[in-house]
Design a binder for this molecule. Structure first.
Ligand SMILES: Cc1ncc(COP(=O)(O)O)c(C=O)c1O
Length: 342
């Protein structure tokens, strides 16, 4: 984490029931709306992103949902719904492939209350076109709610939120906002709030109607992580002054550097062409001894990630989001080259 970001979180603590807190909360909500081009409700809840993934299901699904998955986190979203007692129809797309409208043809039925999926699957580095999928959902059942996990895409890639028109879109502070973990963020539609009024057992912490009531007066439902919110406010100012199109271009430039390198030097990228993530490069590992490579990288102050889930042994992952820079990514790739040559 950059020193200026850390510094931004050291402002004196305030209570979360004072005027200054309300200003901080309101400013964050407005900046998120501006950056993402939406006027949806923005809910801020202490916790990791999963708490709001769970809230979407608990408020929007009485009985049945459809879960589309192409990796570990898509499977997780199905698990969340099932563990909350919902019946989930599943569409399994092969790992490494993008989810596309044709995968759900004829699958969204009249009793499908919501369809949920992950926009950027962190286990495979695949970025699916969520607007196209949302369009297909609505063609089949205009009343089905659209619940999108945008944990590793929001603030890294343009989600075209107005086109997608999601009912919930969830992310956290610890990925492309380059902050510590601890605050979950949900964009929430009026349709989801209307549905929540008819769904039982929404819980307390995850009750979107309670959260909305407080959010309308710029309060959090329970104690918010104020220091982290100072950091978020700071990071949002930075994102807005960089400009979101420039931010998305920077992420693409980092992703292109990794893709070109993996094609030239290794066995290429794992995901299907045309659907690669700009925030996480998932590289075919080939014969590389990942653990020793990463240990050597750590000695030089770098760190990359192992593969995840079913492709743990076949791939490794390079995260390039948030405050990372194309220059920093190129230096990392050169360091890997040097280590592999030795
Ligand atoms: C795509 C995706 N969804 C959900 C999660 C879970 O997020 P959290 O740990 O913030 O609850 C992650 C975490 O890496 C993720 O990458």
């Amino acid at each position: 984490m950059e020193a200026d970001v850390l510094q931004s979180m050291t402002r004196p603590m305030i209570t979360h029931r004072c005027k200054e807190y309300k200003q901080l909360h309101e400013g964050i909500v407005e900046k998120i709306r501006k950056a993402l081009g939406t006027d949806m409700d923005v809910f801020l809840v202490a916790g990791s992103a999963s708490v709001m993934l769970e809230a979407a299901i608990r408020n929007g699904v009485g009985r049945k949902s459809l879960g589309i998955t192409n990796g570990s986190f898509g499977n997780r979203s199905i698990e969340i719904a099932e563990l909350n007692g919902k019946t989930v129809e599943k569409v399994q797309v092969p790992w490494g492939m993008a989810m596309k409208p044709e995968h759900i043809e004829g699958k969204v039925t009249g009793d499908t209350e919501a369809v949920h999926w992950v926009s950027n699957e962190s286990s495979t580095g695949v970025f699916s076109d969520s607007s196209a999928i949302a369009g297909e959902v609505r063609k089949q059942n205009p009343g089905a709610l659209i619940m999108v996990d945008a944990v590793t895409s929001a603030f890294a890639m343009d989600l075209k939120i107005k086109d997608m028109d999601p009912d919930s879109l969830v992310f956290g502070t610890q990925k492309a906002l380059a902050l510590p973990p601890g605050l979950a963020i949900m964009l929430c539609s009026q349709r989801l709030l209307d549905k929540a009024k008819k769904v039982e057992n929404r819980g307390f912490y995850t009750d979107l109607l309670k959260i909305k009531k407080q959010s309308d007066v710029n309060y959090a439902l329970t104690t918010p992580p104020v220091s982290l919110m100072y950091g978020l406010d700071y990071q949002l100012d930075k994102a807005l002054s960089e400009g979101m199109p420039a931010r998305y271009r920077r992420h693409r430039e980092m992703a292109d550097a990794v893709r070109n390198w993996a094609d030239r030097k290794l066995e290429g990228m794992f995901p299907e062409k045309g659907y690669m993530s700009d925030s996480i490069g998932v590289v075919n590992r080939g014969k590389i001894d990942f653990d020793s490579l990463n240990a050597r990288l750590k000695e030089r102050g770098y760190e990359i990630s192992n593969g995840y889930g079913d492709v743990k042994e076949k791939t490794f992952r390079i995260g390039h989001m948030g405050d990372a820079t194309p220059d920093g990514v190129r230096k990392l790739l050169s360091a890997i080259d040097e280590i592999l040559e030795e």
